[in-house]
Structure formats: structure tokens, C-alpha cells
Ligand binder design. Structure first.
Ligand code: NDP
Length: 265
């Protein structure tokens, strides 16, 4: 029998660690699967491409998470609520869509004790899904973004929102960079005078970017704050996706034991 096929769809996709993460776990757990990367240029062709390639499941990354949402026949209630899908599984010809980014992020920050108030820097797709889940989990989340346009969604969902111009500093337990500032440049996610007002009273600072220390985390370290990059988020979203891909045949910890090795290779 041929292997069960999976892939990641994105543009760009060459940097993705997902193939390594999933293939390592398939091999070590004895699941007869193979996971590839696919440069998907046109998001509207996602469904057609999925079936042409005879895939069983995909992860979807930038910029196609909203197209993935549109392509699914059945949506998990959380994916439905946030309008973004990063994991698709085919069952009897239908595409089932899930969002594992936000639960992965929630798990990644659960190591910080006694955290109640959170400031998000950024208001993109990742901020949307994680803000909703953190709110449901009892966190008090405020959103600060460079421009006002993306804040409407958050206002409609009852979040306190600010732009750089109208920000009113207060004490936040966690400051989280949800932007791509620092990914391929040396930019901070917001002006340094704002960060200098909120970092000193924070318990920790977190970045969703992984694999490098961003200017934001470097600044946080000058205040002796505990920091965390996006590696655990990446790992945990991958483990939860793997659970869907394999029909929950393996425990979270069994998958983690193997998948996490991909992040140090
Ligand atoms: P989006 O493109 O949806 O949103 C980008 C956000 O960043 C917007 O709020 C934008 O502000 C802001 N932004 C971009 N550049 C700057 C800058 N130079 N200064 C200030 N603000 C800026 O991105 P995503 O939500 O999809 O992704 C955000 C980050 O999360 C990326 O770095 C991505 O790599 C990372 N990520 C990490 C994951 C992990 O597993 N660790 C999983 C998913 C994402 P504006 O509205 O003003 O344009």
C-alpha cells in the first residue's frame, strides 16, 4: 500500500520546518506517511491542488489561511469563529478544517504563572485567532497596532484596542510581539518609547517569530525579563495538527518527544 500523503501549502514555503517535524514523527511512531512542501501561488486553487496531489491532509501557512477556511466543507467551531484554517484533513472526499495556531500558542504561554493581562503588539491573522482563544481562556487581552484598519475586528469582539497615537500605557503581565517586525529586518514592533513604558512592569515578553532573537526580545532582555520565542508555538501547533492527521492515534507527549527534535536539527 502506498504512503499516506501530507503537505504544507504556503508562499513562501521553502523555509518551513513542518516537513521535517512531521516526517520525523511519522518515522519514529511507525505511521506510514510522507509530508512534502508545496509552493501554492494561487490560494483560490487550494482545493483543486489538494485533490490533484492525492493528499490526506495539509498545513496551510501565509498567505492562504483565509483561502483554506473558504475551501473547507466542514469547519471545526473554533476555526469557524476565527475565519482562518491552518490544518485540513480529508475524510470521505470532504475537507475538514481546523485552526491549531491559537491552541499551540495558548499552550506555549501556559508556562508563565499568574498571568492575567496581556498586550498584543500587532493585529494580523495570528493575533486574531489567538486573542479570541486567550479571551475564552480567561486572559484580559489588549491590542496595539501600527495602523487602525485591522482593529475593527477586535473592537467588534470586545477587546481594548490602540494605535501608536492613542496608546494609554498601563501594567501588563505579558507583552507579545504578534507582528512580523524583526523577522527579516531589525525593526521593533512599535516605537521604543512605548516599549520602555510597558516592558519594565511585565512579567515576561514573548515573540511569535522563531529561530532568531528579535530586536523586541533583545530589548526585553536588557530589562532582565524572561523571554520566549515562537518555537514552542510552532511545535505545539504541529503536534495538534499531527493529532488530526493521524486520527488521534498517538498521545501529545509521544508526538512531542519525536517532533521536537526537528527544531534542533
Ligand atoms: P499578518 O500579515 O496577518 O499581520 C501582520 C501584522 O504585523 C499586522 O498587524 C501589521 O500591522 C504588523 N506589522 C508588520 N510589520 C510591522 C512593522 N515593521 N512594524 C509594526 N507592525 C508591523 O501576519 P500573521 O499574523 O500571519 O503573522 C504574524 C507573525 O506571526 C509572523 O512573523 C509569522 O511568522 C508569525 N507566526 C508564527 C507562528 C509560529 O508557529 N511560531 C505561527 C504563525 C505565525 P499593520 O496592520 O499596520 O500592517
Amino acid at each position: 500500500m502506498s504512503k499516506t500523503l501530507f503537505a504544507i501549502f504556503g508562499n513562501p514555503v521553502s523555509h518551513s520546518k513542518s516537513p521535517l517535524m512531521h516526517n520525523l514523527a511519522f518515522e519514529k511512531l511507525g505511521f506510514d506517511g510522507c509530508y512534502a512542501r508545496y509552493l501554492l501561488e494561487d490560494g483560490s486553487r487550494l482545493k483543486e491542488t489538494f485533490f490533484d496531489l492525492k493528499l490526506k491532509g495539509v498545513n496551510v501557512t501565509v498567505p492562504h489561511k483565509e483561502d483554506a477556511y473558504e475551501a473547507c466543507d466542514v469547519l471545526d467551531p473554533f476555526a469557524q469563529k476565527v475565519g482562518a484554517v491552518n490544518t485540513i484533513v480529508e475524510k470521505e472526499g470532504k475537507l475538514y478544517g481546523y485552526n491549531t495556531d491559537a491552541p499551540g500558542f495558548l499552550k506555549a504561554i501556559s508556562e508563565f504563572d499568574a498571568v492575567k493581562t496581556v498586550l498584543f503588539l500587532g493585529a494580523g491573522g495570528t493575533a486574531k485567532s489567538t486573542a479570541i482563544l486567550l479571551k475564552e481562556a480567561g486572559y484580559d487581552v489588549a491590542i496595539l497596532n501600527r495602523s487602525g484598519g485591522r482593529l475593527t475586528y477586535f473592537q467588534e469582539h470586545g477587546f481594548q484596542t490602540y494605535t501608536f497615537d492613542d496608546f494609554v500605557p498601563r501594567a501588563y503581565d505579558l507583552i507579545i510581539n504578534m507582528t512580523s517586525a524583526g523577522l527579516e529586518d531589525d525593526a521593533l514592533p512599535c516605537p521604543s518609547d512605548i516599549l520602555e513604558k510597558v516592558i519594565p512592569s511585565a512579567k515576561a515578553c514573548v515573540d511569535v517569530i522563531y529561530g532568531k532573537e528579535t530586536p523586541f526580545l533583545k530589548l526585553a532582555r536588557t530589562y532582565q525579563k524572561p523571554t520566549k520565542d515562537g518555537s514552542d508555538m510552532l511545535l505545539y501547533q504541529g503536534i495538534i495538527a499531527f493529532e488530526y492527521f493521524t486520527g488521534h492515534a498517538y498521545t501529545f507527549n509521544a508526538i512531542k518527544q519525536h517532533m521536537q527534535k526537528a527544531l534542533i536539527l
